[in-house]
Design a protein around this ligand. Structure first.
Ligand code: NAD
Length: 295
């Protein structure tokens, strides 16, 4: 009998489902794309002919899909066929409103639910080192935790329905803003004749210190593992950063929060994407800022 059904076997979901299989779970997976199914099959996932077939008899259902509309469509399709007492976990990054709606849908079907978006990218998905930010009841979280631990390293219960998504977009709004801030500082330093290393040595031990500088430095050199040293290959693609910044702005508008820098960061990443750099690592925004300076 299937332990876990896994719907959405893309760049993230495929390796995550594979890690569950490697941990000894019987995983039934489904994706609309045949190539994704094949890749997951090679990792030990049994491919079901439909999402409904995948969830039949499963104690736990995981979804890893592009956006809120996909999650709501899939949950609407599968929940009527879920086993009694099953638990459903959505690991996609989606808008808070859809996440709350998804929880309500699960409650209607008497199924426990958790929103558990991730941080850590495709490397974290492959290496089972993801961080999960979870929202849902204490009981649902307690049931989800052992499953999430087989796909990640850090599991944080952030609160009730939608709290995981809220934590994810707030964190990534900080990240988008701080990456632009750090990139602006290096761009100005270049114009002022200050070396990258000198700015790094000062700011990394001063009040300008932050993750975008010390772990993900947008210029090559000071942090050897950062994508700047690898032609800005992602990493975390600018298009995904833009997606998360847009989600933060939708949430800010709905909640009545003032986030002018978050809004401006979304505009800057939108312009970067429109210039054809959606597939570039998000730290490549420094090249866009340099370009603007020449005009
Ligand atoms: P992806 O596009 O590679 O995978 C999504 C998969 O969902 C695709 O294979 C698609 O065919 C499948 N799908 C869509 N509708 C479906 C349906 N109705 N039934 C079955 N399958 C369906 O995307 P990804 O990079 O794996 O990202 C998945 C989620 O994780 C997104 O919400 C993304 O924002 C989030 N995320 C991604 C990263 C990253 O670095 N890629 C990092 C953190 C979070």
């Amino acid at each position: 009998m299937t332990d876990i059904a896994f719907i959405g076997l893309g760049n993230m979901g495929g390796p995550m489902a594979g890690n569950l299989a490697k941990a000894g779970r019987k995983v039934a997976g489904f994706d609309l794309v045949a190539a994704s199914c094949e890749a997951a099959k090679a990792e030990g996932v049994t491919i079901a002919p439909t999402a409904i077939d995948a969830v039949k008899g499963a104690g736990v259902i995981v979804t890893m899909l592009p956006a809120g509309k996909h999650v709501l469509a899939v949950w609407n399709e599968i929940l009527p066929h879920a086993a009694k007492g099953a638990l459903i976990i959505d690991c996609s990054t989606i808008d808070v409103e859809s996440a709350v709606q998804a929880h309500a849908l699960a409650t209607k079907h008497d199924i426990a639910s958790v929103d558990a978006p991730v941080s850590g990218g495709t490397g974290g998905a492959k290496g089972a080192t993801l961080t999960f930010m979870a929202g849902g009841s204490e009981a649902a979280f307690a049931a989800a935790k052992p499953v999430l631990e087989q796909m990640g390293k850090k599991i944080v219960h952030c609160g009730g329905a939608g709290a995981g998504q809220a934590a994810k977009i707030c964190n990534n709004m900080i990240l988008g803003i701080s990456m632009i801030g750090v990139s602006e500082a290096f761009t100005l330093a270049e114009k002022l004749g200050l070396s990258h290393q000198a700015l790094f040595d000062v700011a990394s031990t001063s009040s300008g210190q932050c993750w975008s500088l010390t772990s993900y430095c947008p210029v090559p050199g000071p942090v050897p593992a950062s994508p700047a040293n690898n032609s800005y290959k992602p990493g975390f693609a600018a298009a995904l950063m833009l997606k998360d910044l847009k989600l933060s702005q939708e949430a800010a508008k709905a909640a009545g929060a003032s986030t002018p820098l978050g809004q401006h960061a979304a505009e800057i990443y939108a312009a970067f994407e429109q210039a054809g750099h959606g597939g570039t690592d998000f730290s490549g925004i420094i090249n866009y800022l340099r370009e603007q300076g020449r005009k």
